[in-house]
Design a protein around this ligand. Structure first.
Ligand SMILES: NC(=O)c1ccc[n+]([C@@H]2O[C@H](COP(=O)([O-])OP(=O)(O)OC[C@H]3O[C@@H](n4cnc5c(N)ncnc54)[C@H](O)[C@@H]3O)[C@@H](O)[C@H]2O)c1
Length: 410
């Protein structure tokens, strides 16, 4: 297929490089790169122009409207796939303004740092528009494995979904910052506190991201959340806002409805809802521990292990340290064989018999500055993919045998 990429910035450049092995691709930018003539004669135009924030906290759609008008004026007959992030409602406006243009919205979720890799290997492809047009848009990405979800939805849903995804990231990060702030105000180390959160299996599944289940509820989650919010002296505390917005009672009051899932006519049984609520907003599990511990505990400085938030070269931190390595790269793996011998005495014969077990552990050899460390991953395939193809950020703990046990990576 002949594809033209309009807007040769971060996303456009990743699109050009990601699409080129599979299609005939041309790039065009208003700054002088490429030729508009090539765009007009393409089968697909992928719009990647910037949609920056405006002074009144909206998104500036002027580049999107400008490019669309230009395509319409030149009777563009191909498919226009908008990749830029949009103000909700924009796709509908475009379809009204340019009824002869076939539009699809396909928001982009790449990470700027590894833009090409993420463009070429997306976690999912979201698209909105008429079925046949979306089929063509998906065909442009036919190299993406079949297992990768292709999700069809309405324009407004795709527009909101793109914004919601970033808002969720902002919420997670804000939550972490808030917990970090509270920990520091109490003299506690935030790393083990957050480790208490991220090691929970509910953090990495969609249970608490599923809409329609109402606010959080149960015996402990509301009271403990409120208790931690009370510990927090900041009047603008995120926790206070979460509590006043997210508890089941507040959600019901706001929506002016009876409890969803309660009684006999809901799809989910009361027991099911109770379970989900008890499982709770996963974040708050960490808070239970926090509230249960007294001020005295937090004030004991020796309880706080050494933290090297970002390793900045020089001698590696000592064993037992939590470290955050940024932008590390790996070029190979190494397998080490370990053995352990257990002996038992047979009291009848008074003889000792020993049994030796051996096992292999494969590490990713990571280069950090001038040092090489051996990173142990729970999911080695992830480490190989992320750290060998590009660079990765890793959080983990140094062990005494020089091994770095990875807790989390991105
Ligand atoms: N950068 C990211 O990590 C990222 C990730 C996902 C989505 N997005 C979204 O993708 C869009 C593009 O982001 P970006 O970071 O690539 O922007 P960018 O500023 O890096 O690049 C945009 C390019 O578009 C060009 N351009 C502007 N108007 C044009 C026009 N009328 N005709 C031709 N070219 C034009 C500009 O000259 C610029 O080179 C935005 O909506 C952004 O929100 C960005």
């Amino acid at each position: 297929m002949k594809i033209a990429v309009i807007g040769w910035g971060s996303v456009g450049n990743a699109a050009i490089l990601g699409l080129r092995p599979h299609h005939e691709v041309v790039g065009y930018d208003i700054d002088g790169r490429g030729f508009w003539e090539d765009v007009v004669h393409s089968e697909v135009a992928l719009v990647c122009v910037q949609t920056d924030a405006t002074a009144d906290e909206d998104l500036d759609m002027s580049n999107i409207f400008q490019v669309s008008s230009r395509l319409a004026d030149d009777n563009f007959r191909g498919l226009v796939i908008i990749k830029s992030t949009l103000r909700p409602g924009t796709m509908e406006e475009l379809e009204v303004l340019h009824p002869n243009i076939r539009f699809v919205y396909m928001p982009e979720f790449l990470r700027e740092k590894d833009a090409v890799e993420w463009f070429a290997n997306p976690d999912r492809i979201v698209a909105s528009g008429h079925t046949k047009n979306v089929d063509v848009a998906f065909d442009c990405f036919s190299w993406v494995p079949k297992e990768t979800p292709r999700i069809r939805m309405k324009h407004l849903e795709a527009e909101l979904g793109k914004l919601a995804h970033n808002a969720y990231i902002a919420t997670k990060v804000t939550f972490t910052c808030e917990i970090e702030r509270i920990c520091h105000s109490k003299g506690a180390n935030p790393i083990p506190v957050m480790e208490t959160v991220w090691t929970d299996r509910r953090v990495s599944n969609p249970a608490h991201l599923t809409p329609g289940l109402g606010g959080f509820d149960g015996k402990c989650v509301p009271k403990d959340t409120l208790a931690l919010a009370t510990v927090d002296k900041d009047p603008d505390s995120l926790l206070k806002i979460l509590h006043s917005r997210g508890s089941k009672g507040e959600v019901m009051k706001r929506e002016g409805e009876k409890s969803r899932g309660e009684g006999s006519n809901g799809n989910s049984s009361a027991a099911g809802l109770f379970f989900i609520c008890l499982c709770g907003v996963f974040y708050f599990l960490a808070m239970v521990g926090l509230v249960a511990l007294s001020d005295g505990f937090f004030n004991e400085e020796e309880m706080v292990p050494p933290v090297h938030k970002i390793w900045d070269g020089g001698e590696l931190p000592p064993a037992g340290s939590f470290i955050f390595f940024e932008d590390v790269h790996s070029s190979n793996t190494q397998t080490r064989t370990y053995s352990s011998t257990t002996c038992a005495t047979d009291f009848g014969s008074d003889r000792e018999s020993c049994h030796t077990q051996t096992w292999d552990v494969t590490y990713l050899v990571i280069t950090v500055g001038s040092e090489q460390i051996y990173a142990e991953f729970e999911d080695l395939a992830w480490g190989v993919r992320e750290c060998m193809l590009g660079t990765c950020d890793l959080l983990g703990m140094m062990e005494s045998n020089g091994v770095f046990v990875v807790f989390d990576g991105r």
